[in-house]
Ligand binder design. Structure first.
Ligand code: SF4
Length: 375
């Protein structure tokens, strides 16, 4: 990594605020008259501007003030990899030289027109990172191998979305779903994540309602409570992965601090939208947690919680000691639950060929020749 460039960028950025880290109300307070906030938001979130000088309907003085005190391009896209299934993995670099990954998932959405014809359109989900690295140390995850570097700021979380939308020409009004399932444990960076949820939901901005944003946690029980108290309206996903504490502690060491009962107790207290369910992620690993015995225990554990189980087949990576179960096993498990009234799906593994699937994102040590290099 070219340290000289990183150092120069750091010096420049230290004195500047990331403009994507401001709520609409904060910008209204900062600039007068108030409608300036609306103009700035439009440039950032409708025109995807990355340079204040482009904002031609702002007075020159204000453009200069923004230029001197704020930064509208805080992340560089270093590399984009595209999967056979059209998923894209983005490698971003922060101003202080850290790299992290985010993923764009593309699915087909079925729509019926007025004449009853079935139409298909694109449906987008952006999987954002909340930290560079992670402290949780899940046994199956590559992210954690590089250790924890730092939290991402709210503006850096928001900018992943604007840059990915802009890079793919996704129209501003086109709805996308956000999942906080990239690198990091979102609840270990709750302040920044909560603020990002709010900024992404701003009606004058990207307008991604909290209902379309899912925070996925490995189960920091007291933070689930804190998140619930904020009443943001977000969806909750819990990485459960096991039905007994022994196996869960092996997979997610933090289970020794907050065991399954403690996590589920907090989930029961969480304010879930009446139309929604709590998602339980179940990473299925061959011969470890793929039997019908486990399915039975899962039914008992989730009793009384409006839940949906999402089975993810383990994505093997080199050096991993776990194996992928057969699809047949996963189907039997899912059918068992579904026939007993617990909604269960098997998640399509997107982006497997570019290591963009769950638990495969990581910081990269890469040589960067110049800012903004994309390849
Ligand atoms: S799976 Fe998530 S919480 Fe666990 S180590 Fe990886 S990034 Fe952290």
């Amino acid at each position: 990594m070219d340290r000289a460039i990183v150092k120069e960028n750091m010096q420049k950025s230290e004195s500047k605020h990331n403009i994507f880290g401001f709520t609409f109300a904060e910008l209204e307070q900062r600039f007068s008259p108030k409608f300036r906030a609306k103009q700035i938001y439009k440039w950032l979130y409708v025109y995807y501007a990355q340079d204040f000088l482009q904002m031609t309907d702002l007075p020159r003085d204000l453009r200069n003030e923004l230029e001197q005190g704020f930064c509208a391009k805080n992340l560089e896209i270093v590399r984009v990899e595209e999967s056979r299934d059209k998923s894209k993995k983005y490698l971003f670099r922060t101003q202080d030289g850290y790299t992290f990954e985010s993923v764009l998932l593309q699915m087909k959405e079925k729509q019926i027109d007025e004449d009853g014809r079935i139409l298909r359109s694109e449906k987008w989900t952006i999987c954002v990172s909340s930290q560079v690295g992670c402290k949780v140390g899940c046994a199956f995850c590559l992210t954690t191998k590089g250790g924890f570097q730092r939290n991402l700021e709210s503006g850096e979380i928001v900018e992943q979305v604007t840059q990915i939308k802009a890079h793919n020409g996704i129209a501003p009004q086109k709805r996308v779903n956000i999942v906080y399932m990239g690198m990091g444990e979102p609840l270990d960076n709750l302040e920044n994540v909560a603020k990002a949820v709010k900024i992404l939901g701003e009606l004058n901005g990207l307008s991604i309602s909290a209902r379309r944003q899912t925070i996925s946690t490995s189960g920091i029980a007291p933070k689930i409570y804190e998140l619930g108290k904020r009443n943001l309206g977000v969806q909750l996903a819990i990485s459960l992965h096991a039905v007994d504490d022994h196996l869960r502690s092996r997979l997610i060491p933090m289970n020794r601090n907050y065991n399954i009962t403690q996590v589920l107790d907090e989930v029961r207290r969480f304010p879930v939208d009446m139309r929604k369910k709590v998602m339980f992620e179940y990473l299925m690993i061959k011969d470890l947690n793929d039997s019908l015995q486990e399915a039975k225990k899962l039914l008992v554990l989730l009793e009384g919680i409006r839940s949906k189980v999402n089975i993810i087949l383990f994505n093997p990576h080199s050096g991993s000691r776990f194996h992928r179960p057969s699809l047949q096993k996963a189907r039997e498990f899912a059918d068992f639950l579904t026939h007993r009234g617990l909604l269960c799906t098997i998640r399509e593994s997107k982006g497997l060929d570019i290591s963009a699937a769950c638990g495969q994102l990581r910081e990269k040590n890469i040589q960067i020749v110049s800012c903004g290099t994309e390849g």
